[in-house]
Design a protein around this ligand. Structure first.
Ligand code: HH2
Length: 273
């Protein structure tokens, strides 16, 4: 069971988290009504397609992406969070900024998803007193530098140790264990080989803790299939299904309908066993 704001998620089947990016159209900075309306429409569509949760993000974490100021990220995320609250699914906010974490929780976010593992000063304190779930993700380096020759002695061991240490730090700061999800951070300071090692060993990464896997449309899918971002749906669905079979509790995806169908086939088979 995962405590996630006012929701209690059973985790008896993998949940689908739909990605909602509040990103700029070419004429704005991401805070315009147009950008917000597009993000809200996207969130609604993903829930209709069967998303169990939504992850709302106002700062791109792609390799090389420029950072966004707190004010700008706030203007992008909070109105979308407010507008999507009527959907009655847990809403996650993808942010590294403690100030926005606090505001997001106060605005009704049921989960805070931090690709920085709540390492910023005040990040764990920002979520400790709330009842939101937290997703602790591993990354090596910063989005600006992380893909410059990342190296590990043993990726599975190193990432697992980091996630256990950060989960322990979160608990020491007052976050109950039943609120914590961990994530190996596919593509964040990892080569294709590291990503494959982590996917292969996902079930051994952090035994006893719910895992979130974000593989959707990532460059590892591009490297394997030879396809640009727009053509990575089938590869992404295959990766999500493998992550589910490896015990992932939450799948962070852009293509909810396709992922949902693939999971339904696997779940039907599993129920026969
Ligand atoms: N990946 C991205 C952003 N946030 N959060 C978690 N917990 N796990 C991830 O793997 C993860 C994440 C990066 O996705 P990207 O393809 O850069 O962009 P988008 O936000 O469209 O998914």
């Amino acid at each position: 069971m995962l405590r996630c704001g006012r929701y209690r998620l059973a985790l008896d089947r993998p949940l689908i988290m739909g990605v909602v990016n509040v990103t700029p159209d070419s004429f704005s900075d991401g805070g315009s009504f147009l950008d917000r309306d597009a993000a809200v429409a996207q969130g609604r569509r993903l829930v209709e397609e069967g998303a169990d949760l939504l992850d709302i993000g106002g700062e791109s974490t792609r390799p090389g992406a420029p950072p966004v100021t707190l004010d700008e990220e706030r203007r992008r995320v909070l109105p979308v969070l407010e507008a999507l609250a009527v959907l009655e699914v847990p809403l996650s906010v993808d942010t590294q900024k403690p100030a926005l974490m606090r505001e997001a929780v106060a605005t009704g976010a049921a989960m805070i998803n931090d690709v920085n593992g709540f390492e910023a000063d005040g990040a764990l304190e920002a979520v400790a007193a709330a009842d939101c779930a937290i997703c602790i993700m591993h990354k090596k380096g910063t989005p600006q530098t992380m893909q410059q020759a990342p190296a590990y002695v043993d990726a599975l061991q190193e990432v697992g140790a980091y996630l256990r240490a950060r989960a322990a730090a979160a608990q020491a700061a007052g976050v109950a264990g039943e609120r914590i999800v961990v994530d190996p951070g596919f593509g964040f300071g990892k080569t294709l080989q590291h990503n494959l090692e982590l996917l292969r060993g996902l079930d051994r990464l952090a035994p006893g803790m719910p895992l979130l896997a974000g593989l959707s449309r990532k460059s590892m899918i591009g490297a394997i299939t030879g396809r640009e971002v727009g053509g990575r749906v089938f590869g992404s669905v295959a990766a999500a299904l493998i992550a589910a079979q490896q015990g992932a509790a939450i799948l962070r995806v852009h293509d909810v309908a396709a992922t949902r169908d693939a999971l339904a086939v696997w779940l039907a088979l599993r129920q026969q066993d």
